[in-house]
Ligand binder design. Structure first.
Ligand code: IPM
Ligand code: MN
Length: 354
């Protein structure tokens, strides 16, 4: 029996509805396996701005720190997306959270599910068997460098910088992951142009010498973007910087057939947060069409993180079962898609019957 306290930040758009399904699944797992999971909710993003003017209130940060792990929904709201002059934005809440909790690594596994091979716009022969992980640096690079806008509004700049320790810590974790997977690590960078990329290459090559059994390769990001859809089977662990990882992970979601399937883990030395990759998808809010699987699979990654491996597997096989039996939302099956809560209920029932 395990006691696990979970901070729940449902956020904006479809965040609350998909997170509710993940909580339902977690409660089922707790009951089934005899654990106690406690949930504590807090506001973040646009929801927090409307409440207090702050996308990451102090209280929310405290709640994140006080609990064992964090379950995150989504962030983003059209009021801010469509207003380039907004000085406070929901996304700042997420970026600040990553920084404050030192969540320096984001892990995004991408799988081609057998049941969905014909759903991807990519050919079956190309995606069959793909099982890769993107290891994205999350608290550095151009996301967090100094930002400038000249007074006349005619010049802007974003600084990209990396320090050795920021690269080393994610590189070690990526090599360790590769040693548990297919023994291959691909560093994606732009070392033919960027000084920061050359530092990534030098440091990652040094780290590679500690893992002699891992096949270590490098790819320029433009080529990697092409290889990801031309021949994704070649990849195991992809290690890359913050911005490249952001872009490549959305691209890679095409392999799985839907962005609504991609879970993620953001980890640091002290804290860990689990979050679907898809974002707030505001136009779908409250319509019951959001795919809860990414949130549910993020909950499974959370359980893996706290070493509840059988429990995580139970969730993953229940999701697989839903995919196999086509109990899926409309992003996967536009004609016969089921509502969000029906997909969640099905997964809950499968776990109950295990
Ligand atoms: C993601 C998102 C965020 C990012 C946004 C919402 C700030 O796109 O988690 O991939 O760019 O990191
Ligand atoms: Mn993104």
């Amino acid at each position: 029996m395990k006691n696990l306290s979970i901070a729940v930040l449902k956020g904006d758009g479809i965040g609350p509805e998909v997170t509710n399904e993940a909580i339902k699944v977690l409660q089922t797992v707790a009951q089934k396996f005899g654990h106690q999971f406690i949930f504590e909710e807090a506001l973040v993003g646009a929801a927090a701005i409307f409440d207090s003017g702050d996308p990451l209130p102090e209280k929310t940060l405290d709640i994140c720190k006080a609990n064992d792990v964090i379950l995150f929904g989504a962030i983003g709201h059209p009021d801010f997306d469509n207003n380039p002059n907004a000085t406070i934005r929901p996304e700042q809440g997420l970026l600040q959270l990553r920084k404050e909790l030192n969540l320096f690594l984001n892990i995004r596994p991408v799988k081609a599910y057998d049941a969905l091979l014909d759903k991807s716009p990519l050919k079956e022969a190309i995606i069959n068997g793909v099982d890769l992980k993107i290891y994205r640096e999350l608290t550095g690079g151009i996301y967090f460098g100094e930002k400038k806008l000249s007074e006349d509004g005619k010049l802007a700049s974003d600084l990209c910088s990396y320090q050795v320790f920021e690269i080393e810590r994610v590189a070690h974790l990526a090599f360790k992951a590769a040693s548990k997977c297919k023994q291959k690590l691909t560093l994606v960078d732009k070392a033919n142009v960027l000084e920061t990329s050359r530092l990534w290459r030098r440091i990652t090559s040094d780290v590679a010498t500690h893992y002699p059994t891992i096949q270590f390769e490098t790819l320029f990001v433009d080529n990697a973007a092409m290889q990801l859809i031309l021949n994704p089977q070649q990849f195991d662990v992809i290690l890359t910087s913050n911005l490249f990882g952001d872009i490549l992970s959305d691209e890679a979601s095409v392999i799985g057939g839907s962005l609504g399937l991609l879970p993620s883990a953001s980890i640091g030395d002290e804290y860990a947060m689990f979050e679907p990759v898809h974002g707030s998808y505001y136009s779908a809010t409250g319509k019951g069409i959001a795919n809860p699987m990414a949130a549910i699979l993020s909950a499974a990654m959370m359980l893996e993180h706290v070493n509840l491996l059988d429990e995580a597997k139970a969730i993953q096989s229940a999701v697989n079962m839903a995919l196999n039996q086509q109990i899926v939302t409309e992003d996967i099956d536009p004609q016969y898609g089921k509502p969000t809560n029906i997909v969640g209920d099905f997964i809950v029932n499968v776990i109950n019957k295990l």
